[in-house]
Design a protein around this ligand. Structure first.
Ligand SMILES: N[C@@H](CCSC[C@H]1O[C@@H](n2cnc3c(=O)[nH]cnc32)[C@H](O)[C@@H]1O)C(=O)O
Ligand SMILES: [Zn+2]
Length: 430
């Protein structure tokens, strides 16, 4: 594995309390081995960090990467119409190869916009995992489990196959979870079985929660509970690491049920805004000590996987909701997109900050642009002015996946061609 040094860049470690400074970063054997104002050491490659900001790669805590094939195909619909009338019929046509190339398209977009790791819930997970290995990204993968009809246990078998066959693949870049899809697609009995299995095998869980008012009504009619109470009563928060996606419609009492939980919430503000879902009670969650990270959801709904957009939307929404521009300041919003999301994926010991000993998952942002000049407060500049297109270099596990905006782990021409003809077939007539 190559050793290399990034010289003379502004460094945002994203370690709480660290101040930005100009210095060098040394990467050897896939890990960060030194960070200092000046490092004198022979390396294979030196990257000039002039006008660059180095920071941890962004971590997308909730995605369905392969849905990138369905980007901009059915926007401006209600969530349940979008899902039932458009997504599910298109997804029913997806082959393993479609899902591989859809995930490659998602990975291309993520790498090109500075995301180094993501949590994904989908089907045909061998194809997703292979795309993660090939693209060089890091991912926490789940086979989504919908229990609306008897499938003879097929989905569960696939979920466990993913865990048995792919955990640790790609030099440890792949981790796995169990993914009961949502309270409205998982009745009590199978959901209890999944929770028990997760507890006994110490497997983390990934589940959608309380995304729409429609869901809240459905669960109230069926079980006379809120979606959060439903999960709580089945014991989901007692011992297991749980990644909750959305968690928009939570009462104050619901938020209290999350206190002390392992894992936390992936807040997906762009998707919530676009689908008109509501405003997630992020401030209440934070005040109860709940970990809140950021995610995009699939490009089929969010239409973009650019985590810089999530950072902006997250902080703006809380400022608007509270009428107080001091809440969720830039630095905190950026921490949500890095180390807090890393905690949700259970990989914060390895990534999420720039620290000696951690895996080298980092990005360089090019400041030599009119909208990123001059530099006063770097956190503000990155949170409020930068977009994914300003990322110059993306590194995962010490491997350079994009340099000077050229994707290196895949052929963009090939991904582009495959995505085009496959997506056309998926949506034909829908
Ligand atoms: N349909 C599969 C399970 C797939 S899990 C992932 C599912 O999540 C769906 N999905 C994507 N975004 C959202 C969302 O925001 N809320 C709810 N479901 C979503 C997506 O369309 C996909 O079908 C089965 O029956 O085996
Ligand atoms: Zn989702």
């Amino acid at each position: 594995m190559q050793s290399f040094m990034i010289k003379g860049c502004s460094i945002l470690t994203m370690v709480h309390g660290d101040k930005p400074f100009v210095g060098d970063l040394l990467i050897e054997g896939g890990r960060i081995t030194n960070i200092a104002t000046s490092i004198d050491q022979q390396v294979d490659t030196v990257i000039d960090g002039k006008d660059m900001v180095a920071m941890p790669g962004l971590i997308n805590a909730h995605n369905h990467a392969s849905m990138s094939l369905l980007r901009a195909f059915s926007d401006d619909l209600k969530l349940m119409d979008w899902l039932d009338k458009k997504m599910l019929p298109a997804e029913a046509r997806m082959t393993k190869e479609d899902i591989y190339w859809g995930t490659m398209l998602g990975a291309a977009e993520m790498i090109a916009s500075g995301t180094t790791a993501f949590a994904d819930m989908y089907v045909q997970m061998d194809a997703v995992a292979q795309a993660v290995v090939d693209s060089g990204m890091r991912a926490a993968l789940t086979r989504g489990l919908v229990f609306l009809e008897d499938d003879g246990g097929r989905r569960m078998i696939e979920a466990l196959d993913l865990i048995d066959n792919w955990t640790g693949a790609g030099n440890g870049r792949i981790t796995t979870m169990l993914g009961p899809h949502a309270p409205y697609t998982c009745p009590p009995q199978p959901l209890t079985e999944v929770i028990e299995l997760a507890r006994s095998r110490r497997i983390p869980l990934h589940i959608h929660l309380a995304e729409t008012l429609e869901e809240v009504e459905k669960i109230r009619t069926r079980y006379h509970q809120t979606p959060t109470e439903y999960l709580h009563e089945l014991g989901i928060f007692s011992d297991t690491h749980v990644l909750l996606a959305h968690a928009v419609h939570l009462t104050t009492d619901d938020v209290r049920l999350l206190r002390g939980m392992r894992g936390g919430v992936s807040h997906n503000p762009v998707s919530n805004l676009k689908l008109g879902c509501g405003i997630t009670p992020v401030r209440k969650m934070l005040s109860q000590g709940v970990t809140v990270g950021l995610g995009t959801d699939g490009a089929g709904s969010a239409t973009t996987l650019d985590m810089f957009a999530e950072v902006k939307a997250a902080t703006w929404l809380q400022k608007l909701d509270s009428g107080d521009p001091t809440v969720l300041p830039a630095e905190q919003a950026l921490r949500m997109a890095t180390i807090e999301s890393a905690k949700l994926l259970g990989i914060d010991a390895e990534v999420g900050t720039l620290e000696v000993g951690k895996r080298a998952d980092l990005i360089l942002i090019d400041l030599n642009k009119p909208h990123l000049w001059p530099v006063h407060d770097l956190y503000s500049l990155i949170a409020y002015s930068a977009t994914g297109a300003d990322v110059d270099t993306t590194i995962v596990n010490g491997q350079i996946l994009m340099r000077k905006r050229q994707l290196l782990s895949m052929s963009w021409e090939e991904v582009r061609r495959e995505a085009l003809h496959r997506s056309a077939r998926l949506v034909e007539g829908l």
